[in-house]
Structure formats: C-alpha cells, structure tokens
Design a protein. Structure first.
Length: 427
C-alpha cells in the first residue's frame, strides 16, 4: 500500500485553510492532504484553537508547514522562544509557567546551554553503545515470546511498548520493579487527549493539565528517592551521572521527567510506525531483509515517513515575517514535523517510501539548539529491533487496522495486529 496524498480540492480547495489542530484527525493517520494544501497555499496559516474534548478554547496559533520555515523557526531561538509560552500548543496555566520553565526543553540560549552541556555528559556514545547488547537480547526475547503466543499478535502490546520502556529504564538506571510506574506517568502526560485516558478534573470540573506540578508530584518524589539511591550505590547509568554531577535537585527532578516522557513515547511510536511501513511495503522490506538496502538509511527513512513527534510550539519574541506572513510578538508559532518531512520542495517523491534515500534531511529529531539529545540512542534501538525482526521473521503482514492515538503532539500507535511469518525450517 503506497502512502497517497489527495488532491488539494479534496479538503476544500486552496482558499480554505484546513484545520490541523484537532487531535482527533491524527487518530486516522497523518492528514497529508491537509498539510499539502497548507504547504502549497498557506505555509504559515492561522489555526483556531476551539474548545475541544473538555479543554477550553485558546487564542489560536500559526501553523508552519514548509521544511525551510520549520527549520528556520527551530534554529532561531532568539526570534522564536521555547521559554515564553513553553513548547506545547495548549497554553500552560500562567501559575505553572515558572515550574514548567525549569525544564531544559522550555528554555532558551544562553540558559539552555548550561543544562544541555551538563546532561550531554551523561549521554556518552560509549555508554549508549554498551546498551546495544542488552537491547538486542531484549528484542530477541520479546519477539520469541510474541511468535510463541501465536502467529497473530498485537505488536505494540507484545513487543514495542516493553522494548522502548525497558531500554529507557535500563539507561536511566530505574530498578525493574519500578518500571510500571514510569509507564503510567508517561501515559498520563502523552495520552491526555485520548479517550482511553480520561482527564483528571479539578473541583470545578475542568481538566487538570497533566504537566502541572500537582499532577507530577509523585514522579518528582520518585526522582529524588532514586537520586539518593544512586548517590549511595553508584552504577553505570544516567541517573548516577546526573545525581553525582552539578545539577541542582530541582533540575534533576525535571530532567528525570523530561527523559521519561521524551525517551519513552517517541521510541514507542517510532518502533511500530516503522514496522507498519515495512509491512505495508513488502518489496522494500524484502530489499532490506536481503541486504540490498542498508539498515542506517532505512531507519532514517522510516522516521521520515512516521515521525513520532507531530508538532512543537514556540512563541514569537518580536514582530517578524515568516513566508511573507506578518507574525506579532507574543504569537504562538507551531511547527509540524510530518509536513516538513513530506515537503515536495526538499524531498523528491515525498510520499514514496525510499529506504535508500540520501540525503534525508528529515526533521523528526527537530533542529537547532533543542535538537534531540537521545537521537543516537533512539536510532540504535530502532536499528537493533529491525535487525532482530529480520533475523526472526521472513515477513510481516498487517492483519487488522492499527489503532492510533488521539493527539496533535505524539504520532502514537496503540495497537498493531500483525502476522509474524516464520522462516521455513531448514533441511
Ligand atoms: C525516535 C525517537 C525520538 C524522537 C523522534 C525524538 C524527537 C525529539 C524532538 C523533535 C526534540 C526537539 C524538541 C524541540 O524542538 O523543542 C527532542 C528533544 C529531546 N529529546 Fe528526543 N526524540 C526521540 C528519542 C529520544 C530519546 C530516546 C531520548 C532520551 C533517552 C530523548 C531525549 C530528548 C531530550 C532530553 C530532548 C530535549 C533537548 C533540549 O531541550 O535541548 N529523545 N526529541
């Protein structure tokens, strides 16, 4: 099955500005037809932020959809701030802003640089590479168990959710008994727009922002305890490096939260997304299985067509113009990664899966000062998982429609029913 894009007229023609805010849209897959109209006719488009799913209306924002403009916004931290209104489409409660701004993700240079330098030290390539053997063994065990449970499995439940979570908890140094806690915390933050995760309401019946201090207190208390444990019993993991370094306690807790969310749900999305694309393109999969196409370019191409992150927000610091459109200081500016990754101005035949695509300047890991700190670790996990699927399954066949997350932030896949075809026995 090829990815297809409908003609612009299918969503109202060039004059109509398609809505790409509604989180429910993404439960049906990336709305490529809408993004195409935006890129071609409204590359910086006004979006309404109407009341939705119990969440109040917001002031609206600019949707940025062309690759060049997305890169410009992400690189120009002086013009488009991560600090002023933080990085989510929905405005945080002003009372929560000082708290949210403690996170490196929601800071601008030069302050951001201090934290980024301190935590980068924990992400040494050597440490990441040392996790390769554990990740491989884990992928193998999960795939073996999945195949034994029957030829048809939900790949998300049987393999990819645990694979992402367990790799991250290993890297962080979270004891095995506490891994379920991390899973429920990320679910709370990421799936808050999804009907499977009903919102927690305050006394007035309004949903409580999952990123507010009240909702995160338990996770922060855990981070403090874990740090104390690592100081007492140091190990070769990220929490030990962070707990014994220069980070202040409050920074360390925030960083634990950032890693728990940024490092789990993204790989949890990328892994089934990549395998779904391979199952849908059997000729390309066969070329990868036979070695005609290399794994490294494949990992990046699969991330291009299935970007785990759908959007990130910035706030304009001054009056400016973007693609000729006047933007006022204080306006919300939101970049859409899947749209940039399918921009015809940069990618030849962007809706074609081309596992050998080079160069491949996709923006799935972002760009500029906040470019993903875990990209190396993420690519390594994905490469190993695909290699192990290749080693153990002759083919993959989708046996039912995937269920996708209702979210305009994470391109999540909640279930993916597949048949894992075994290799014919030798002899
Ligand atoms: C395929 C998987 C992943 C994708 C697609 C992804 C994507 C991204 C993106 C788009 C950003 C930029 C945010 C912005 O522009 O404001 C980011 C930042 C970040 N990512 Fe990832 N990520 C992935 C995996 C990981 C992993 C495994 C970790 C850690 C273990 C991680 C840690 C971080 C951190 C700490 C930041 C913040 C960097 C900063 O603010 O300077 N990510 N990621």
């Amino acid at each position: 099955m090829e990815h297809t894009s409908e003609a612009p007229e299918a969503v109202g023609g060039p004059r109509t500005v398609p809505d790409v805010f509604d989180p429910r849209l993404y439960a049906a897959g990336i709305p490529h037809d809408r993004f195409r109209v935006l890129r071609d006719h409204h590359p910086v488009a006004r979006q309404e932020e109407y009341e939705l799913l119990g969440w109040p209306a917001g002031p609206g924002f600019w949707a940025v959809t062309r690759h060049a403009d997305v890169v410009r916004v992400l690189k120009d931290a002086a013009g488009f701030s991560s600090y002023l209104g933080a990085t989510q489409i929905r405005d945080p409660d002003p009372a929560d802003l000082p708290f949210i701004r403690r996170m490196m993700l929601n800071q601008d240079p030069p302050h951001h640089g201090r934290l980024r330098r301190l935590v980068s030290r924990a992400f040494t390539p050597g440490r990441i590479e040392r996790f390769a053997a554990t990740a491989r063994l884990r992928a193998r065990q999960l795939l073996d168990a999945a195949r034994e449970s029957g030829p048809e499995v939900d790949l998300v439940r049987a393999v990819t959710d645990d694979y992402a979570l367990l790799n991250l908890t290993d890297l962080l140094g979270v004891p095995a008994s506490d891994r379920g806690l991390l899973h429920s915390w990320t679910e709370r933050v990421i799936a808050y727009q999804d009907p499977d995760e009903p919102p927690v309401l305050d006394a007035a019946g309004r949903p409580v922002n999952p990123r507010s201090p009240a909702r995160l207190a338990e996770m922060f208390a855990y981070a403090r305890e874990l740090a104390a444990h690592k100081r007492a019993r140091p190990a070769d993991d990220i929490m030990t490096t962070l707990a014994t370094g220069e980070l202040r306690d409050a920074e360390l807790e925030m960083f634990f939260f950032l890693l728990t969310v940024a490092g789990n749900d993204t790989v949890r999305s990328a892994a089934p997304g990549g395998l779904l694309a391979l199952a849908e393109h059997p000729d390309d999969r066969r070329a990868l299985w036979s070695g005609d196409i290399g794994m490294d370019t494949s990992v990046d191409e699969l991330l291009r067509v299935h970007p785990p992150v759908l959007s990130f927000r910035r706030t304009a610091t001054r009056d400016t113009r973007l693609a000729g459109v006047p933007i006022a200081a204080g306006d919300k500016v939101v970049v859409f990664h899947p749209s940039a990754n399918h921009d015809e101005r940069v990618f030849a035949d962007p809706h074609r899966l081309d596992l050998a695509r080079t160069p491949n300047p996709h923006v799935s890991f972002g760009d500029g000062p906040h470019v993903c700190l875990g990209a190396h670790f993420a690519r390594l996990q994905l490469r190993i998982l695909y290699e192990e699927v290749r080693a153990s399954c002759a083919g993959l066949e989708v046996t039912g429609p995937p269920r996708r997350l209702v979210s305009n932030f994470i391109n999540g896949i909640k279930s993916l029913p597949v048949r894992l075809e075994p290799y014919a026995p030798r002899g």
